[in-house]
Every structure is written in C-alpha cells, then in structure tokens.
Design a binder for this molecule. Structure first.
Ligand SMILES: *Cc1c(COP(=O)(O)O)cnc(C)c1O
Length: 245
C-alpha cells in the first residue's frame, strides 16, 4: 500500500470540509454555519484517531455499547482533546441509561418515554460540578414511511414541550433521515419541509439552533435547505463492514 489509512481519512476530511465551505458560499450561508459530524459507527479506534489528528472533534455513533467503548477509550488515553459525542441511532428504552451517562448529544429522540428516561438518568452536573444537560434533537419522519423511525410532523410540538420542561435536557432542534432519492429537487423538497418546521420550533424555543440533515449522498441539498450539521460516514471512513453487527 502506498497510502496509509491515516492519510486517506485526513484527505477525505479536508475534501468534505472544502465541499461544505463551497456550499456555504454557493447558497449564501454564513461561513462555518454548517458543522461536520463524522459518523464512525463500525469503525475501529485507529480510524477515529486519524480523524482526530486531522482536527475532527465531533463524532456520531449508532450502537450504544460500541459508542460507549470509544468514548471511554478516548477519555482514558486522550483526555487532553475535548471530543463531542453524538448518539444518532435508534433508541431502545433499556439502553437510555448508557446514552444519558456517556453522550453529549442525542439526535434520535422520537417519543416521550425516551425523553423522560434520558432526563431521569442524566446526572444534573458533570465531574466539575457544572450543569450538564444532554443536548437533544427530535428525529422527524419526513418521508412518511412507517418502517423508519422518527416522530410525525404533528407530534413534534407536543414532544418539544415535554423536552423543554425537562431540566436535564436542552432542546436544540431537529434531525431527519429522508428516504433516499437520487434527484436533487426531491431531496431539497424534503429538507425544506424540515427547515420550515425548525423555524416554527425556533419561534417558540429560542435556544433551538440545530438542523441535523444531510449525509454522504445528499449534502448539497441539505446545505441549500439550511442544514447546520451534516452527518458523514462513508465519505470519510469508507464503506462499512456490518459483519459483527
Ligand atoms: C450511518 C449514518 C450516517 C452516515 O451515512 P453515510 O451515508 O455513511 O454518510 C448518517 N446518519 C445516520 C443517522 C446514520 O445512521
């Protein structure tokens, strides 16, 4: 091999950051208004380490135990580097404690029971005695498919009201995983629906500032529609191997 693992990941991060930057300019978005979440599910510690060396600090994980193992590894061996951990996968209620105790953000809250449990299991303060609420996004089902997780549009405000009343959660915005469609206009339409919903939510809850949408295949449309956080896995770390999942 002429090219090390590390070099490829660093190059990919540079390339995506450049794409994000160009899209911000093209669609008249503020510079640096779109953050890059590196989705590292199924990837080994070494791959995350390479991304950290390239300056990446935000990571998204889908599987609770795998994510917690990585968080604890980097806390033990790399505590000088402040990393931010986002849980983005489906949430089973028997896994909420590990999420509440370890992650900084959760993108996939889609029902009241989960919000309540995350709140109850989140410590009020961190090790330094500072208030430490979990940063929460409501996952919205924008495609109307029954198979996908996410709450329906008309239930978003009821769920937002509950989250807003819970002291150990901070409502920051919305997330969605739209049905995959290849044409740009349909991608854009789905993202714009979510962006409108976020504007309505923001009118009621001024701390709402985050729209988590856009993945490796639809990042441009997401940024045009107003995404503030794109979740990129494959384009940074390469194809995933699900053999052990
Ligand atoms: C896996 C995953 C991603 C990353 O997808 P890629 O196509 O690999 O960029 C983003 N968001 C969620 C919720 C995911 O599960």
């Amino acid at each position: 091999m002429t090219c090390s693992h590390q070099t490829i990941i660093q190059k990919n991060i540079e390339q995506i950051s450049q794409q994000i930057h160009e899209a911000e300019l093209r669609y008249s978005r503020e510079p640096h208004s779109v953050q890059l979440l590196a989705v590292s599910k199924t990837k080994p510690i070494e791959a995350l380490q390479a991304a950290i060396d390239a300056g990446q600090r935000r990571f998204g994980e889908n599987y609770v135990q795998e994510g917690v193992d990585k968080i604890q590894h980097f806390e033990q061996h790399y505590s000088q580097c402040k990393l931010e951990w986002h849980f983005i996968g489906p949430i089973q209620s028997n896994k909420t404690r590990l999420i509440a105790e370890n992650f900084d953000w959760v993108h996939s809250v889609d029902r009241e029971k989960i919000a309540q449990r995350l709140n109850d299991q989140r410590g009020e303060r961190n090790q330094n005695g500072e208030k430490n609420p979990l940063q929460v996004l409501i996952q919205v089902n924008t495609s109307g498919e029954t198979s996908k997780s996410g709450t329906n549009h008309d239930q978003v405000f009821a769920l937002a009201e509950l989250i807003n009343a819970l002291p150990n959660l901070t409502l920051r915005g919305l997330m969605s995983i739209p049905e995959h469609v290849p044409d740009y206009a349909s991608q854009l339409a789905a993202f714009e629906k979510l962006a409108q919903l976020k504007t309505q939510l923001q009118a009621r809850y001024p701390q709402v500032d985050t729209l988590s949408m856009g993945m490796s295949g639809d990042i441009q449309a997401a940024i045009e529609a107003g995404s503030t956080m794109v979740r990129i896995g494959t384009a940074i770390f390469g194809q995933r191997d699900y053999q052990n999942k």
